[in-house]
Design a protein around this ligand. Structure first.
Ligand code: VG1
Ligand code: CO
Length: 543
């Protein structure tokens, strides 16, 4: 078995986005495309000879093929050992858990997360560092720079490695250890939450429904919710990961998880419903006929955190991405702990968690997590809710309504305009940016613009600056309109419009968010000229 050095030419489009490199499968299938990017990672991370790497993915189409390529390249690049999830399966939070637990040099996660899969769907790849978190922007920029200059990659000449059984084999001078992707993660969850209390909640007839959306969390949810916590068989649906997610869109929101939404809003609805995404890091929380916005979920978890054994000591601080509502800020203020506002993407939370500045982190995009790993964590959020419900013995809806009564309600909604012509979407952004000056102080009905800007973040730990993170229009009463271009799409451009209004008056807390936000939505469309510039009357998804 020899090591071959294969010459190649750079691709110009290997710039990692919000969370790794995501492209259509046929793009990844071009000769040298995957190899170039993997070699660019290896060339940028300076792993010591003999280092250990974690490897796995969400089971989507091309996962297995990519794993074989990466194993041979890791062997040719001097790694000593690769830990591979059995069948190539490893959820994003479980990868983070394993990287940390076994103190490996880092890991490669194969996923395009919430994007659809299959031969014409999306594929993705990202590198996580030894803290278990997504590579920082400094590293992703180095990888991109390398990808534009690469001239060759190294590959071991060898046959495929069997990855369908737990065990150890060798590949050249490297060990390949296939491990059970669920057990370390399940053990970590058991150490954080009161499983006995949840078990008795479920034994008492509290009904739950978890939709794994044919994505990676199926085996994790079966093991934890059904086997360890005793939820009746069938509580987890769509539990077998499929290469094309059953043709669905593995994104746990009101549009794409509509089967679950129908069950929770139907007759004889279960008491609690949840779903997670392609790679298991997102979560949607539902009560009986009730939807918890991800921003509210973060705030409720923060306010009730000490009910879970792993968080009994209290929270060091909270961080949320800029577009996420300020509901968590109000809890932080009440708890007298710091609250940080970061750009979109989990990579910005890592430094804060490593420095011990925050315990909980969240994003409006159905992402919640804590310092137990360095990724957002779908099942963790579900277990946190179940732990809170088991202790408080109230419905999901009454817990959220009590929360609003105490802190006020940050009414929130996000509009996604997917697959827009790139020029039109960029036109909306530059139109907004061009109008900052005249918008400041402008009055729209009861709203007056306090300021507008392009969000820029200086990392309080390493001082790095990230510019151009979204247009903010902030009103004098704290209401906000935010526009951002997505960094995870693979077709045209996706424009996201985030709307938030603070409502202190409890008599208005029952209002539907779309009703309560109607004025802000009108103002946002007027200011941005979105309809005229994109020709889109309606968003693709409203959450
Ligand atoms: C989206 C979300 C962002 C999230 C990212 C990765 O990014 O808005 O909050 O961190 O997806 O999530 P963007 O750039 O498309 O808005 V995952 O679960 O797809 O890795
Ligand atoms: Co995800």
């Amino acid at each position: 078995m020899g090591i071959r050095t294969i010459s190649t030419r750079p691709f110009s489009d290997q710039k990692p986005g919000t969370s790794g490199l995501r492209k259509k499968v046929p793009v990844f299938q071009q000769p040298h495309y995957l190899e170039n990017f993997v070699q660019s990672i290896f060339d940028s991370i300076a792993a010591p000879q003999g280092a250990t790497l974690v490897l796995g993915g969400d089971g989507r189409y091309y996962n297995r093929a990519a794993i074989q390529v990466i194993l041979k390249m890791a062997a040719a690049n001097g790694f000593g050992k690769v830990l591979v999830g059995r069948d190539g399966i490893l959820s994003t939070p479980a990868a983070s858990c394993v990287i940390r637990k076994y103190q490996t040099f880092g890991g490669i996660i194969l996923s395009a997360s919430h994007n659809p899969g299959g031969p014409d769907g999306d594929f993705g790849i990202k590198f996580n560092s030894s803290n278990g978190g997504p590579a920082t922007e400094t590293i992703t920029e180095a990888i991109f720079a390398r990808s534009k200059a690469i001239g060759a990659y190294r590959m071991l000449d060898a046959g495929d490695v069997a990855i369908d059984k737990v065990g150890v084999s060798t590949l050249g001078g490297m060990q390949v250890q296939v491990f059970d992707p669920v057990s370390d993660y399940a053990e970590l969850m058991e150490s954080l939450f009161d499983f006995a209390a949840i078990r008795s909640l479920l034994a008492g007839g509290f009904k739950i429904k978890f939709d794994a959306m044919h994505a990676v969390n199926g085996p994790y949810a079966r093991e934890i919710l059904e086997r360890r916590l005793g939820a009746p068989a069938g509580s987890v649906s769509n539990a077998v990961p499929l290469p094309d997610f059953g043709g669905g869109h593995p994104d746990p929101n009101l549009t794409y998880a509509h089967d679950l939404v129908e069950v929770l809003y139907g007759d004889n609805a279960p008491d609690f419903g949840a779903a997670s995404d392609g790679d298991g890091d997102r979560n949607m929380i539902l009560g009986k006929k009730f939807f918890v916005t991800p921003s509210d979920s973060l705030a409720v978890i923060a306010a009730n955190a000490t009910l879970a054994p792993g968080y009994q000591q209290g929270l060091a601080g909270i961080a949320r991405s800029m577009p996420t509502s300020a509901a968590a800020d109000r809890v932080a203020q009440a708890l007298n702990i710091p609250c940080f506002e970061t750009p979109t993407g989990w990579k910005f939370f890592g430094n804060l968690m490593d420095a011990g500045k925050v315990t909980l982190c969240g994003e409006e995009s159905f992402g919640t997590g804590s310092a137990h790993v360095r990724e957002k964590d779908g099942l963790w959020a579900v277990l946190f809710w179940l732990n809170i419900l088991a202790v408080r013995k109230q419905s999901v809806e009454s817990i959220v309504r009590e929360h609003w009564a105490k802190y006020g309600r940050n009414v929130y909604s996000r509009y996604d305009y997917e697959g827009l012509p790139t020029a039109a979407a960029q036109g909306v952004m530059s139109h907004l940016q061009g109008n900052f000056g005249q918008m400041t102080g402008a009055k729209f009905g009861k709203y007056t613009v306090k300021f507008c800007d392009d969000f820029s973040y200086t990392d309080p730990v390493d001082g790095s600056v990230s510019k151009g993170q979204g247009v903010r229009i902030i009103f004098t009463d704290g209401s906000r309109i935010i526009f951002r271009l997505s960094g995870t799409g693979t077709e045209g451009a996706t424009l996201r419009l985030y709307l938030e209004a603070y409502e202190a008056d409890a008599s208005r807390h029952h209002l539907d968010a779309q009703v309560a936000l109607a004025d802000l939505i009108r103002i946002a469309l007027q200011i941005s000229e979105l309809k005229q510039r994109t020709g889109r009357e309606q968003p693709t998804v409203i959450t």
